[in-house]
Design a protein around this ligand. Sequence first.
Ligand code: TYD
Ligand code: MG
Length: 452
Amino acid sequence: MAKVKTTFFCQSCGNQYAKWQGQCTACKQWNTIVEEVIQKQDKSGWKLPTSTTKRVSKPLLIKEIDSAKEARLDTFDGEFNRVLGGGIVPGSLILLGGEPGIGKSTLLLQISLKLPYKTLYVSGEESQKQIKMRAERINPENDNCYILTETKTQNIFKQIEVLEPDIVIIDSIQTLHSDYIESSSGSISQIKECTTELIKFAKETATPVLLIGHITKDGNIAGPKILEHMVDTVLQFEGDRNHVFRILRAHKNRFGSTNELGIYEMQGSGLREVSNPSEILISKKDEELSGNVIAATLEGMRPLMIEVQALVSTAVYGTPQRSATGFNAKRLNMLLAVLEKRAGFRLAAKDVFLNITGGITVDDPAIDLAVVAAILSSNEDVALQKDFCFAAEVGLSGEIRPVQRAEQRILEAEKLGFSTIFVSKYNKISLKKTAIKIQLISKIEDLIEFVI
Ligand code: TYD
Ligand code: MG
């Protein structure tokens, strides 16, 4: 028997070593190097489905290259198209990552069922019957979607050769294994090899491939970082599993912007596209409650009105509790320190709880002013007018700082019927005659006048 050949890989960056060492010299991480069995066989007996139609690439002058817009495949899913930058580019490799149970398989199955092209959905995780059951919940009528349960890439390519699909979906890359590598599925060398084979296939046949990728406990896509470099687009599907909203973001996109965002709602019959998220995120209530404030935020290029709730109560223990859901806890502490210093609030003796409703996480600094207003409102137990909204960043010295694309936020707030929006005095606003009142403020003290 041939000697088993092993190599060492860094789990973080995928760098390869001949022997074990404590620190990876490439990415400087400690204890990330693991041994894996690799036994490369002779690859000459096997070829990719269409490598017979060999296309030799030759250099072209840049002005000779056809600049006509690359035709994109419409996915018939408005949100997915938006995040990709207008559809799927032929021959591209798209990696979709996300927590277990967030809805990755549901999203891609749903898209395959909507597509009018011949689609091959390869699953290494579920049986054909299980997928059928899921498909029945979503949309049972489809004549173009083929389901294959297989994990060996060579067998998958054999089926592709027969079927000639227009688009291939793989659920998931961690379950695949190639004959040419000995180590088990999900190991770094397998992931690398299988992705390389899929990239070769995608580029040679101009067939787009959509991959599902598992993530590690710190939120990165499992496998080497190099996987993210290899593919054209990395999408992340996120959200709180206990809430219905799911957000699709592009972390990397060779063919479009990474600012776009897709929002879905998980329902009993699959994922529903949410084209006007603000209306759902704001609870419609008649009463005015203290501690509830609306922020005009931007997620990517989309304006999003979000409800911020704060609860300030007397601290029971010696050290006051601080808790933030959907908002950075360090930023909350910073804002509390600013309030203490600039507005004279004795918040050190108070517990502060903050919650962004809808289960979404916001990192737009424009939410600061709404957070401050919510805390003040709860502290004083004075409800703010429910048609007020806020969009500004708060600086360390209590100054109200301008935010990007303030006009877009104002117009969204106006559309949704808010009467007043609070923004920084330093924003350049050239809007004339708005139905909404634009309240310009420059420091926290100005806000207190309105809130209390
Ligand atoms: P799934 O796509 O299996 O997640 P992933 O592939 O990311 O691990 O999604 C599973 C969750 O979605 C599961 O908890 C059930 C729920 N779900 C619905 O609420 N409605 C539906 O129509 C479907 C198909 C799933
Ligand atoms: Mg799944």
